[in-house]
Design a protein around this ligand. Structure first.
Ligand code: SIN
Length: 575
């Protein structure tokens, strides 16, 4: 039996090619806003570029084409204080902390809101074009949880595509290698240091890609759920690699469900941007009544909708955007996707239901993107910097990728090596297994991982399974058991299914991307279910029907490290 891990040998059934010649300075895994923001800063020549470049030899490894990241799907925009007398970074900070429900790291949020405006201006200098008023000022939108309009957007609700376009162009000009259609299998760890990844190349051969620094920027995990707004690529790859290598991961119970995904068989679910509600669209129940403040934070709206769906026994509610002025010119891409399925937002109410959207937790980093494993960095949705806490504020995720992607580039250029006890990393370096659990009743060590079939039962033989059907089974179990509202019974039911999927998947090195993604989904599902079972309270995006109150004693992070689960000491606000 091979323990899944960083040094797992290649399956003898696979052709093994030589390691790539030469070592990269930096290997970036993933091509969304966080990874490419880091890439362009590290790879640009020192004397040119938007900010001083690192002139380093950077490779970007992505499992699809460079442009095909989750970033391109992001609709609403980038939240940043860029104008308007009534706004301030203090207000943006306060809104972010309120949405995060007590688990944000205040220092990380301060950095996010303070550095955000500068990063937006840098992106504009790089060629990104945001929507403007006729006079030239940026057109700022309001979204849920924001106390004022501060969201810059492009093409109405096609912001991610514009951000990605600008960064992909810059990356193609600067990166030393762009490895498209490659799939990272696991981190290479030697002498306690990350030195690259073992990957499948575009031809399916196992290749070691070596680098002095490796950046996880692999995005989210929406494909854990049967109903999601995330593209097919969002299969928790970086999160799973970190878990298998024993790198600390936290806050993974906080999967945010977007309230206004279009209820339609298409997967990913077409998103009806929060900006629609910012412009006055209303949420109505099956009887046409309003029942929730449409501009409350997302967790509040999704929970109210889940309760209504259940009490009215219906599969969807309604978004009424019929009162919006100039829908077509403000939101041309949403209008086009609605028209394609025969809906006219000027006259039709739009069927909506919550869908898995964004993972607030991830691989724990300090305020400069360093993980606990030397040589390994993380930024974007895969990371847990501490900015989102228990629930991300709308349009803070592109911003997080831009700000923390740039910060880790700066830290690598400066020669930082080894994390500091800052940001979410405080939970790991101050208050791990011994620092936490003061009452001794957090159930640390409890794991739903086995669900009746733990790793010890798994085999490293390659077993033929129907990957598509198995993924479908996993996704349904997660949506039913760990959706908007969970309880101990639903989580255990999901864990039992995931346990049997895990046994079927086994531990052999995946022979192709589909098997690799399935293995990653299993690893991430086990971690999410374990954390969600342990957290016996309702907080942010984690709602427990059997523990409906928020408990002060749970103002802590649940951290997975080296196959163990620990509870951090209490999260406290910085002065
Ligand atoms: C939206 O436009 O509603 C999504 C943007 C985000 O997830 O922040």
């Amino acid at each position: 039996m091979t323990r899944p891990g960083a040094t797992r040998p290649a399956s003898p059934a696979l052709p093994t090619s030589q390691s790539l010649p030469g070592e990269l300075d930096v290997l970036v895994l993933g091509s969304g806003v966080a990874g490419l923001s880091a890439t362009v800063r590290l790879a640009s020549p020192p004397e040119t570029g938007t900010s001083p470049g690192g002139g380093l030899r950077v490779g970007v490894l992505t499992k699809a084409e460079l442009w095909r990241s989750a970033t391109r799907w992001a609709q609403g925009g980038v939240a940043a204080v860029l104008g308007g007398d009534e706004d301030s970074t203090d207000l943006h900070l306060a809104d972010t902390l309120a949405a995060g429900a007590g688990l944000c790291d205040t220092d990380a949020v301060r950095i996010l809101v303070d550095e955000g405006p500068f990063r937006v201006h840098e992106l504009i200098a790089m060629g990104a074009e945001f929507d403007r008023h006729p006079g030239g000022a940026l057109d700022l939108a309001r979204e849920g949880g924001h106390s004022t309009a501060r969201v810059v957007h492009a093409g109405g609700a096609a912001t991610g595509a514009e951000v990605e376009r600008a960064l992909v162009d810059a990356t193609r000009r600067t990166a030393a290698a762009v490895l498209e259609e490659w799939f990272a299998l696991d981190l290479l760890v030697e002498g306690g240091r990350c030195c690259g990844v073992r990957a499948l190349d575009a031809g399916g051969r196992v290749v070691d890609v070596r680098a002095r620094h490796t950046v996880l920027a692999t995005g989210g995990a929406g494909q854990l759920f049967a109903v999601t707004t995330n593209p097919a690529e969002a299969t928790a790859d970086g999160l799973a690699m970190a878990l298998r290598a024993g790198v600390p991961v936290a806050d993974v119970e906080f999967m945010q469900f977007h309230p206004t995904a279009l209820h339609h068989p298409a997967m990913p679910r077409p998103l009806l941007s929060e900006a629609l509600r910012g412009h006055g669209a209303l949420i109505r129940d099956a009887n046409g009544e309003r029942f929730v403040d449409e501009l409350a934070p997302r967790d509040v709206v999704s929970r109210a909708m889940a309760a209504k769906l259940s009490s009215q026994g219906v599969e969807h509610l309604w978004l009424d955007a019929t009162g919006l002025d100039s829908f077509g010119s403000r939101f041309p891409t949403i209008k086009a996707s609605l028209e394609a399925i025969g809906l006219d937002p000027h006259v039709d109410w739009l069927p909506i239901a919550p869908a898995a959207h964004h993972l607030s937790g991830g691989v724990v980093t300090d305020l400069w993107g360093e993980t606990a494993l030397p040589g390994l960095w993380a930024a974007g949705e895969v990371a847990c910097t501490g900015v989102h806490g228990a629930n991300r504020l709308a349009s803070n995720s592109l911003l997080e990728g831009m700000v923390f992607g740039a910060r880790l580039a700066e830290a690598i250029r400066r020669g930082d090596d080894g994390p500091s006890a800052t940001g979410a990393m405080r939970a790991v370096l101050h208050g791990g297994p011994d620092g936490g659990d003061p009452d001794g009743d957090f159930g640390v060590g409890v794991s739903v991982r086995s669900g009746g079939a733990g790793r010890a039962d798994r085999t490293d033989e390659v077993i033929a399974i129907d990957v598509e059907k198995t993924v479908d089974r996993l996704q349904r179990a997660m949506f039913d058991g760990a959706g908007v509202v969970r309880d101990a019974g639903s989580l255990q039911t999901a864990a039992t299914v995931i346990g049997s999927v895990a046994t079927a998947v086994g531990t052999a090195t995946p022979s192709d991307r589909a098997h690799g993604e399935l293995a990653n989904l299993v690893t991430a599902a086990e971690a999410l279910l374990t954390s969600a079972t342990l957290r016996t309270e309702t907080r942010g995006a984690h709602a427990r029907a059997d523990f409906p109150q928020t408990a002060q004693r749970w103002r802590r992070r649940i951290v997975h490290v080296d196959g163990r689960v620990t509870v951090s000491s209490e999260v406290v606000d910085s002065p």
